[in-house]
Design a binder for this molecule. Sequence first.
Ligand code: IVH
Length: 679
Amino acid sequence: MPKKLSEDIKKEIESLVKEINYHNYRYYVLDSPVITDEQYDKLYRRLVELEEMSGYVLPDSPTGRVGAPPLEKFAKVRHSMPMLSLDNAFNYDELREFDRRIKRLLGAAEEIEYTVEPKYDGLAIELTYAGGLLDRASTRGDGYEGEDVTRNIKTIRAAPLKIEPDECPGVIDIRGEVYMELEEFRKLNRHREDEGLPAFANPRNAAAGSVRQLDPAVTAKRKLYLACYGAGVSEGVDFGSQSDFIGWLKRKLFPTPAVFETASGIESAIDAVKRIEQMRDGFGFETDGAVIKVNDFGLQRKLGSKTREPRWAIAYKFQAHVATTRIVDIQGSVGRTGVITPFAVFEPVRIGGVTVSKSTLHNWDEIKRKDIKIGDTVVVERAGDVIPHVLMVVREKRTGRERDFPIPRHCPACGSNVVREEGEVAVKCIALGCPAQVREKIIHFASRNGMDIEGLGEKNVELLHSRGLIKGFEDIYRLRKEDFLALPRFAEKSASNMINAIERSKTATLARFLYSIGIIHVGEYAAKQLARNFAVLEDLYNVTPERIMAIKQMGEKIANAVAAFFSDKKNMETLETLKLLGLKIQNPDFTARKKKLPLEGITFVITGTLPRPRKEVEDMIEALGGRASSSVSAGTGYLVAGENPGSKLAKARQLGVKTITYGELEKMLREGQGSPTLF
Ligand code: IVH
């Protein structure tokens, strides 16, 4: 019951809900925020405070997106109209055949108007709005019956909780795809590595796994997106066509497909498909095709559906880069946290112009699920910018001589017994001095996102480690030029370059350093949060878990791991040694936090080759408060076009996003920064 509900409080709550929902839309749908995270947090905290005080919580309050307790199991939901699948076309002639069939069925002589949109590779869901409010969200399931995932879908900020304004008294089903962007997928897998968990095989599995979580708090942590492209029942609204419907969705603040074109006749639809295929690598999410639909809903109804697919739509599948080869061996590789990941060794095969001789098998359950054995002939795919993976086993090619690969009981690197927690997929080596783990820790320390020591990659670390020149990452700072000169392929110049790169890394940022030293559970994001909150490394010595938990988004697991790291005698000795060896860690994140940054709220996307490494440029943008994103959208502030720009340039032009050169960006950064020391 409301404890105290004055008109003023009611009004303030109502306006806060509207305001926060609008900012969610700016951020998650348009990718173009107009306020800072801090300002957003302030509004949100005020709303929580007022809601708690008054007990007045609106049905579309953003606070309802989080905080639901875990479930035992999902309830089943019957779809009012079946969620159909799509027929596939693998070449343009099959699309022409689709067009002929439609004309025949409709008895039409004139050209048909089609719509063309990307096919999202995610998880299909249905959002049911009743009286304008999001009432239920369900998975597709078998098309007729899915699972109730309402509480999880509510954590996806791009999904409107209410259809604005209130003019939808009936029930409306909006259908779309939940997906994870590639960047987020890679980040999530890196985090899982940090946490000693097995990786997800692809963004689709990651998205599906995140939606089908019994605990909504887990879903809330995964950055998921939504693209809406279809309707189920729609009482009280009448859409004439797919393009009308997409326009309506946009006006009602729903996220819609990144590209949506109408085309008169199949040949112009094919041109649109070609354009989408060209843009594909610049989207930042996975698409495996384009969907062509008859635009007119009246014609759609006339055409009707077969058992599983409508007659009015078809999915054109993009050329997959696939090849068949044989698995000659399955081996385990040991990561820096001790997780043993299986990988397949192939008879080398060329796929899309690249020779592939191995690929990760991700985790042991994946081998079982796909029934992969040594000796099997398999189909391997190398898609877009995703690493190669085994699609499936060609069972007909089995000879009976294939062998199962048992989950290892000993570490392939050091031979110690491995552990596998009850019910866990990950298999782990927990030996402290395991040489593979030590080597991987050093590789991680020196890596691009870590201390960024150029030239000290996997191969050179392996060489130095195997020769006993580095036994831990601190030894990197003991290396002399002669040590490199003694290695194969090193000459005077390359050896000096290495020493210079090592020297440069001594002034790395605290955020990078905290990530590099490999504290369990501390990925790049957590490291940055720590750096924002602790001025110098020494402030973390003797830190308590409580102090860390007081920081936004830092949970108990991270807090305990950080506190444990800094109370370990051996770790502290390593840190002291690093200091003695001349490390002078800088912390721009701490001071930067204090004042408003010049590029705050501006999103930059880079395409083509720049005169300096992309990561470095992105770091500079972020250091000034800007956001670096990998995909162009209407909310992108600037597209920075380097040499040989990719399809992002065309997309930026299409969306009217301003394009600047690297020189212009540099000028902006210099002006924003006020001093040239970052360069
Ligand atoms: S239309 C009855 N449009 O692809 C029409 N589906 O392989 C079916 N999908 O189950 C949906 N992007 O999950 C449509 N732009 C798009 C899509 C799309 C992805 C998925 C959807 C569907 C599956 C069929």
